[in-house]
Design a binder for this molecule. Structure first.
Ligand code: ADP
Length: 416
């Protein structure tokens, strides 16, 4: 089955075409045939297309919206010159998977998209006003281009965290506010945490019930997740992706009083304060230099910049705090798994995060830690570390494709 998966942002569209079916899923033999990214929709858009083993195609052209982008993608995918193995026309795409950021309390697993599901995703727009409308645009455009006979599946970022207990997902505010407005912790990056946990189980030959780990998705947006007996029981992002770890431009945990105080002092609106907390905070806000971790680490290396170092210290300290909290919550922990851009590539950040955690029985092997770069999946803790540490590159697109297959074939349990 050829599945195309879409990840639509407000001004971007990512896709992958993956050849997969139940046999391939079970033997881990899915094949990524092609992928691409269109950025800056609505103005001069930047297009990057790639087929495995061939040079990357880069172009700049005006694309008005998601529909125009999807049209352009499918023209490229099906053109004679492109030569994606097994794909000659639209009829060679058998199913479509969409990342949907917010599924609220309604969607606890991936599901086939019909009018009722679309309504459900629309109902969650209030909770994710930037993300869900973009996801819906991708769904509408795909419906128009592929027609109703090609099944479409929604895979929700929030779904994996639907197993969190009430005592964890509620905020300690009047219960009525949860009842009336559904104000609670939802958590995000669920597809990624779920994939990392699945790979950990494959790597260590552990079954779901015995999988007690902490997963760390550290990218531009970052989150930690406590996974007990295979289920998410706590995660650092909350009602929105602003809560939790220090991120590229987001502050993470903060005393909410700061918002009122700052609005008062600066004479700014609540929206303006939130824009600071979302877009001008995190390691960018502290360093005053960049939100990019690689650049920040280079700055420290080359110029010993004090605030760059402070930003990195705060980034790592916050992760440490969550590791400690989650070990206490779970009352056990077999492994900590680093993932995403920073977690997969930065030995320095992993070293700094695991520093002085020997009291908890966490000890890195410095040599292995340095080897784990560029997408390697491996253990990086020393033999005598009580809690193992792994680097496990994430692959959300693969989950989108595999879930799509399971849903289309009516296989009841998620593939992990
Ligand atoms: P996104 O959330 O946008 O998907 P990614 O998971 O791609 O983000 O992660 C992007 C982050 O990973 C950036 O801060 C980037 O600097 C960082 N990164 C990538 N490679 C390295 C590296 N070798 N060392 C440190 N940080 C890195």
């Amino acid at each position: 089955m050829n599945v195309i998966v879409f990840n639509c942002g407000s001004s971007s569209m990512k896709f992958q075409i993956i050849e997969t079916d139940m046999e391939k899923i079970e033997s881990d033999k899915d094949v990524m045939l092609a992928k691409g990214l269109i950025e800056r929709l609505g103005s001069q858009s930047l297009v990057t297309f790639q087929i495995e083993g061939k040079p990357t195609v880069k172009e700049a052209l005006p694309l008005r919206d998601h529909r125009a982008a999807l049209n352009y993608i499918m023209k490229w995918v099906t053109s004679d010159e492109t030569e994606i193995p097994g794909i000659n026309g639209l009829e060679d795409i058998h199913a479509i998977g969409h990342r949907v950021v917010h599924g609220g309390e309604k969607f606890k697993s991936s599901c086939r998209i019909d009018n009722e599901v679309i309504q459900g995703i629309e109902d969650c727009i209030d909770l994710a006003p930037l993300h869900n409308p973009a996801n819906l645009k991708g769904i509408y455009a795909a419906r128009e281009i592929f027609g109703p006979s090609v099944p479409q599946v929604a895979v929700f970022d929030t779904a994996f965290h639907s197993t969190m207990p009430e005592s964890v997902y509620l905020y300690a505010i009047p219960y009525q506010l949860y009842r009336r407005f559904k104000i609670r912790k939802y958590g995000f990056h669920g597809t990624s945490h779920r994939y990392i946990a699945y790979r950990y189980r494959v790597l260590t030959n552990t079954n779901r019930e015995n999988c007690n780990i902490i997963t760390l998705h550290l990218g531009n947006g970052s989150s930690a997740c406590a996974i007990k007996a295979g289920n998410s029981i706590a995660t650092s992002m909350g009602f929105t992706p602003l809560e939790g770890l220090v991120m590229g431009t987001r502050c993470g945990d903060i005393d909410p009083t700061v918002i009122e105080y700052l609005a008062h002092k600066e004479g700014s609106s609540v929206d303006e304060v939130f824009s600071i907390l979302n877009k001008r905070s995190g390691v960018l806000g502290i360093s005053g230099l960049t939100n990019d971790m690689r650049d920040l680490l280079e700055e420290i290396e080359e110029h010993q910049d004090r605030r760059a170092k402070l930003a990195v210290d705060m980034f790592c300290e916050r992760i440490k705090k969550y590791i400690g909290a989650y070990i206490a919550s779970m009352n056990c922990c077999d492994a900590i798994c680093f993932s995403a851009g920073i977690g997969e590539n930065s030995a320095k950040i992993r070293e700094r995060t695991c520093e002085n955690l020997d009291f908890l029985g966490i000890k890195l092997d410095p040599k292995l830690n340095k080897q784990a770069v560029g997408g390697k999946e491996m253990r990086i803790s020393s033999e005598d570390s009580k809690i193992a540490v792994y680097v496990i590159p994430t692959n959300e697109e693969l989950v989108f494709a595999r879930d799509t297959v399971r849903v289309v074939l009516n296989i009841p349990k998620p593939w992990h």
